[in-house]
Design a protein around this ligand. Structure first.
Ligand SMILES: [Zn+2]
Length: 253
């Protein structure tokens, strides 16, 4: 393989005096490591490129036996300097990057979806920061939705009643379906892991499902809806993507 590809730098490590290894996310080949031989000395070939969160156009080549990739040169598209200037904002971005690294989307459609989502999230954080600390949750929810988990938050799955105005709707984490109070008692048990939420949570999740990161700065939630939404998103992501945030790290569940 020899190609020129846009990539987001997820991690940079040093080995030997002047060489670096770089973990990158590309839209077509997903996540992989590539070596930047001499990258820490020859600044000319990688001017400002070898740093986490950077958006870079890399020339990538495989060695003869195809056992590893090396970066021949790079040109920086965006360094997201505003994000890096503010430790709190950088923390939100790094959280999304850690999630992406653990998610390790398969090359092709999934890697394209995650790449677009991460890039748009960094662009949004660079421009205008949404209030609160919801960004990593919005990112995880949107990743789950875009990767094929398609819940229906707007109607009762049993009677078709609109979720708007429902009292104490119940959500099945497994199926992503909503059940109104009347159907809950008729149905007795809704299968699997369920969460009782306020209607505002359903409205918010439906809005997130149809949003892009550029919209997120406009999202307003009460503290209670935000808290319930975070818990529901965590349950969705643990169930459908097998990842859970715990003590500052993502772990596979
Ligand atoms: Zn119903």
């Amino acid at each position: 393989m020899r190609s020129t590809e846009k990539a987001i730098v997820l991690k940079v490590g040093r080995f030997r005096e002047a060489d670096a290894w770089v973990r990158i996310l590309t839209p077509t080949h997903g996540i992989f490591n590539a070596f930047a031989f001499g990258g820490l000395r020859s600044r000319r070939r990688f001017t400002g490129c070898l740093d986490t969160l950077n958006h870079v156009l890399f020339s990538i080549a495989a060695n003869k036996t195809g056992t590893y990739y090396s970066l021949e040169e790079g040109s920086l598209i965006h360094g997201f300097q505003e994000v890096k200037k503010n430790p709190a904002v950088q923390g939100l971005a790094v959280n999304c990057v850690q999630f992406v690294r653990m998610l390790d989307p398969s090359p092709g459609q999934d890697s394209r979806i995650v790449y677009d989502l991460l890039l748009e999230t960094l662009e949004m954080l660079e421009e205008k920061l949404p209030s609160g600390d919801m960004v990593p949750f919005l990112f995880r929810a949107k990743a789950a939705f875009d990767l094929g988990y398609r819940p229906a938050f707007d109607i009762c799955a049993s009677c078709g009643r609109e979720a708007e105005g429902m009292r104490a709707p119940l959500v099945s984490v497994e199926s992503g379906q909503v059940f109104c109070a009347a159907c809950q008692s008729r149905r007795k048990a809704v299968d699997g892991v369920v969460r009782r939420v306020s209607p505002g949570v359903l409205r918010s999740l439906e809005w997130i499902r149809n949003s892009r990161p550029a919209d997120w700065a406009r999202l307003g939630m009460t503290a209670d809806v935000a808290r319930q939404s975070r818990r529901l998103i965590e349950a969705f992501v643990a169930y459908h993507l097998g990842l859970q945030w715990e003590n500052g790290y993502y772990k596979k569940v």
